[in-house]
Design a protein around this ligand. Sequence first.
Ligand code: BGP
Length: 469
Amino acid sequence: MDYSKSKPFPKDFLWGASTSAYQVEGAWDEDGKGLSVIDMGKHPEGTSDFKVASDHYHRYKEDIALFAEMGLKAYRFSIAWTRIYPKGTGEINEKGIAFYNDLINELLSHNIEPIVTMYHFDLPYALQEKGGWSNRETIDAYVNYAKTLFKYFGDRVKYWLTINEQNMMILHGAAIGTLDPKIENPQKELYQQNHHMLLAQAKAMKLCHEMCPNAKIGPAPNIISIYPASSKPEDIIAASNFSSIRNWLYLDAAVFGRYNSIAWSYMEEKGYTPIIQEGDMEILKSGKPDFIAFNYYSTSTVAESKNDPSDKNSTGDQQIAIGEEGVYRGVSNPYLEKTQFGWEIDPVGFRSTLREINERYNLPLLVTENGLGAYDKLEEGDVVNDDYRIDFLKKHIEQARLAITDGVNLIGYCPWSAIDLVSTHQGISKRYGFIYVNRDEFDLKDLRRIKKKSFYWYKDVIESNGEKT
Ligand code: BGP
């Protein structure tokens, strides 16, 4: 399609940017905050922990002023469950409520729409000690937490996201730091946890509609097109297998309240099917999302399984396709370049992903993450020339516009990340932000904020409603 003939971005398009609490806030044990599984996790050698992160907890006003200067219409952030309920449930921590009240009010005073992720990887450790998502009581704890969020913030927050990247927690929990190391046979247990998360999500969506009739709520998995390595029929089946296991399992459950049949037969074959209690399927059906939020970084390309253990070429990274014996085998795509961290760059795949989700669910779509992790260099005079990031985002925005022209109801685009923050497992050196934070892995320096070249570029994009990229 000819880009010049494509439709414009809608007038009220939510040009935004994203962060998550534990990666940006710091203040890990301040003002009554409890410990999360992330606080208790190990960090790969040479990478920072999350104790100070970007110190956003203390500098949110300065940061929001910068977001406003950039012209953001929306800011997608997560609430740390452990600031609201230090033990996951029980007593509310008023200081946590106060912090997010202030943050939300600050955003609104700058006309920035808050988009709130209720849970972004940081499960309260007190719940983990009682079995985490393996324990059905965690469903109740999550619903109780959701109720508190709707009660205190529902008068001002119109967009809610239930769970960030549930699919990545199931498939790559060890890499992102959410997998409980005590679980011996993780796969089967993880699908039981997955079932519980799906129930918690459905209940929260229903509750949101009851308590905040003007708000909208949706899931936020990581969804990507899966390409077959060739036109060989077995490769096509492998791609379909992986897509069902990685993508559609999560969205079919969220939207239709049922398990995807290919994913279910996969779980049966492997012995991973969860125990489903009476009434569970009704609960799943009772939660209806108003939109689908999703994170997109790259596509995956897969070939038929070789049916031997060499298929298990796990790299421990959430965006690099692994394989599974008898199911599929991840291969690299010869047509795509890679980032400095080995993630394939595929703007056209972004359009294809948007089209696929739209065709399957026919719901409004909101992109809650997309971006380029790179080793940025702070040059003399406080300059960061991140032209590679501009190039990456520009190409994705152009493809998003083509998807809109294809008929996709895309309501917003929130790249990762609004400001530099600590990556899930690759430290602060893997930067994504429009705003540079002056610190290294272990030297916190002065943590001062510096506008990157991409900051000025994104400001122009927003100002022109996507006409100028
Ligand atoms: C997603 C997560 C984010 C974020 C991003 C980039 O999986 O939702 O929390 O970190 O990926 O990943 P990374 O930090 O590993 O580069």
